[in-house]
Write a new protein. Structure first.
Length: 74
């Protein structure tokens, strides 16, 4: 692949190769979900894995929402 650009190669490829974030499966309020741990007791929802269909419509369970959880509870 050839890339012609006035921007230096370092700037073009900056951040292109990153380690994928670590995801954890936890059960919160009876819902199995995949989350990305942020800090102690908090995580960002990545996706819901197993829950009743009506729960997918709840804004608090939408991907990207920050939730509280205990790391050993999943």
């Amino acid at each position: 692949m050839i890339l012609y650009s006035v921007i230096s190669a370092d700037q073009v490829w900056e951040g292109a190769i990153q380690a994928p974030p670590s995801y954890v499966e936890v059960t919160v309020q009876g819902i199995l979900m995949q989350v990305e741990p942020l800090d102690e007791g908090r995580a960002r929802i990545v996706r819901l894995l197993n829950c009743p269909l009506r729960r997918y419509l709840e804004p608090g369970l939408a991907p990207g929402q920050i939730i509280s959880f205990s790391p050993g509870a999943g």
